[in-house]
Design a protein around this ligand. Structure first.
Ligand code: ATP
Length: 212
């Protein structure tokens, strides 16, 4: 069965926390493909600092030409807010039922799952891959404890319906911290790819608005 991994996020901006996750999940689960999916107007978060086009460009710059990670811009091509469950439905419709889907979530995103639109249907469409995240110490909600007990698997075997918890190289990097550094004129170098940092500098992203 072909295995496709999906890592959604605002990527505002993309950083090495995302990129290491993508590479390590791809290798640990022996995925045929891993797609980074920038979200357009995240329904359950603050609006992002950079435009959708800029965030997509930064993801493309980060991935480069190497071809081991793919960029999927389907959520940016939609008019409406992009709910993850709808994204998975379009992917399922395109790829068919014979493909195993693995939706990758950091621990913080996983703990917030019960607030997501139609979240209980996600496992009917994909497996979930939950990654540790060293900078977040969140208590998992009761409803997710039950779900973890019922659906956890160490070896992914199915096209959907399983939860796989993976450990990875801990990188306490967040986009919030990078934006805060840039806003005060400090350097976020070595937290994200140089090509992305050059783009941020050239476009003047995340700087505070100056009053004339
Ligand atoms: P922000 O700080 O703006 O909230 P973020 O750094 O959390 O952004 P997102 O684009 O929101 O980045 O994250 C997309 C996905 O990547 C989420 O599932 C998140 O949990 C995961 N993720 C982000 N940073 C890391 C990291 N350092 N280690 C592991 N997972 C991460």
């Amino acid at each position: 069965m072909r295995r496709v991994g999906l890592l959604g996020g605002t990527f505002d901006p993309i950083h090495f926390g995302h990129l290491r996750s993508a590479v390590e999940v791809r290798e640990q689960l022996q995925l045929d493909e891993l797609r980074l999916i920038p979200s357009a107007r995240p329904p359950h978060r603050d609006q992002p600092g950079a435009s959708a086009d800029a965030r997509l460009r930064m993801v493309e710059l980060a991935v480069g030409q190497q071809g081991d990670l793919q960029v999927d811009d389907r959520e940016l091509r939609r008019e409406r807010p992009s709910y993850t469950v709808e994204t998975l439905e379009t992917l399922r419709a395109e790829l068919g039922t014979g493909v195993a889907l693995f939706m990758v979530l950091g621990w913080d995103a996983f703990c917030g799952l019960p607030g997501w639109h139609r979240w209980e249907e996600l496992l009917q469409l994909a497996n979930l891959v939950v990654l540790q995240r060293p900078d977040y110490d969140l208590e998992v909600p009761e409803v997710l404890k039950d779900l973890l007990a019922a659906r956890s698997a160490s070896q992914p075997e199915r096209s959907h319906g399983q939860i796989i918890c993976l450990s990875q190289t801990p990188l306490a990097i967040s986009a919030t911290h990078i934006r805060a550094l840039v806003a005060v004129g400090a350097s976020p170098r070595f937290l994200l790819p140089d090509a992305v940092l050059d783009y941020i500098d050239n476009e003047g992203l995340y700087r505070p608005l100056t009053e004339d």
